[in-house]
Design a protein around this ligand. Structure first.
Ligand SMILES: [Fe+2]
Ligand SMILES: [Fe+2]
Length: 272
């Protein structure tokens, strides 16, 4: 790696207590090994698997996260309404209705490698249509914000919508990385114009789960059609993340890697 590259590590949706604790345990080692300039994490599921609150947000910051993105679950806990007003390091999607508290972007200032613009955006396919068209919103936004290093967390369900946005923004932003499905996809690459693209970065939390939740309740819901109480699963853990090396002079990504760390010592987790 060349030293002048701006290195970002983006961590997939941190789910519940065990996701937070795995993050706290391994992020110091990740920082030593990869020496990132900026760490971004999606925290929309950090509070009990649904939502984000002061306590969980500050646990992520204490672990070493610089900026937190969110998505459709951001308001699941009412505490988030004040949290996002107070702290501009925590984003909600840019294309939320204008009356929503908080902001959809922030600027991270690095001492030696320039500034990075971080944007959170949400998709509309198979999701709440209350959000504005993400293509039109980001197009208008980028016309008014001139930065070299631009990172986008595109929180969306449909891979077609995510791919289309990746190509739409190729050459205009450094990276379009997807979240929301909690499943790490094997399609990370750098597009022709220098934009890194991945349909979904994945998640951080219980491995033997259905996107973080206890399997039994989710299966029962599918079998019976009756709503169940979903709880964050326990057991073996994993952390998904994507590394980006960006040329600060051009804003293009020059190297990228999809990573997964396992924590399989089940007994140790129970003593958390
Ligand atoms: Fe999520
Ligand atoms: Fe989501």
């Amino acid at each position: 790696m060349q030293n002048n590259w701006f290195r970002i590590i983006f961590i997939g949706d941190i789910t519940g207590k065990y996701g937070r604790r795995l993050l706290g345990k391994v992020l110091p080692m990740v920082k030593i090994k990869y020496d990132p300039d900026l760490i971004i994490a999606n925290g929309e599921n950090s509070a009990g698997g649904l939502g984000i609150i002061h306590k969980t947000a500050y646990e992520l910051f204490q672990a070493g996260v610089d900026i937190i993105t969110t998505g459709n679950h951001v308001w699941d806990k009412k505490d988030a309404l004040t949290l996002l007003k107070e702290d501009e390091r925590i984003l909600r999607p840019l294309n939320f209705p204008p009356l929503a508290p908080g902001k959809g972007y922030t600027v991270f200032c690095s001492e030696h490698k320039g500034d990075a613009l971080i944007i959170n955006l949400q998709g509309r396919v198979f999701m709440d249509p209350v959000v504005d068209n993400p293509f039109l919103v980001i197009d208008a936004f980028l016309a008014e914000h001139d930065y070299k290093i631009i990172f986008i967390d595109f929180h969306a369900e449909a891979t077609a919508e995510k791919q289309a946005l990746g190509f739409f923004l190729d050459g205009r932003v450094s990276a379009v990385l997807g979240t929301h499905t909690h499943v790490q996809t094997n399609d990370l690459r750098i597009l022709e114009g220098g934009t890194a693209y991945q349909s979904d970065v994945g998640m951080t939390g219980p491995l033997d789960s259905v996107i973080g939740m206890k399997r039994e309740a989710v299966i029962k819901k599918f079998i019976t059609g009756i709503n169940q109480r979903f709880e964050v699963a326990r057991g073996n853990l994993f952390m998904d993340m994507t590394l980006l090396d960006i040329d600060p002079d051009t804003g293009k990504t020059v190297n990228t890697e999809s990573l997964r760390i396992f924590e399989t010592n089940y007994e140790e987790q129970l003593s958390f």
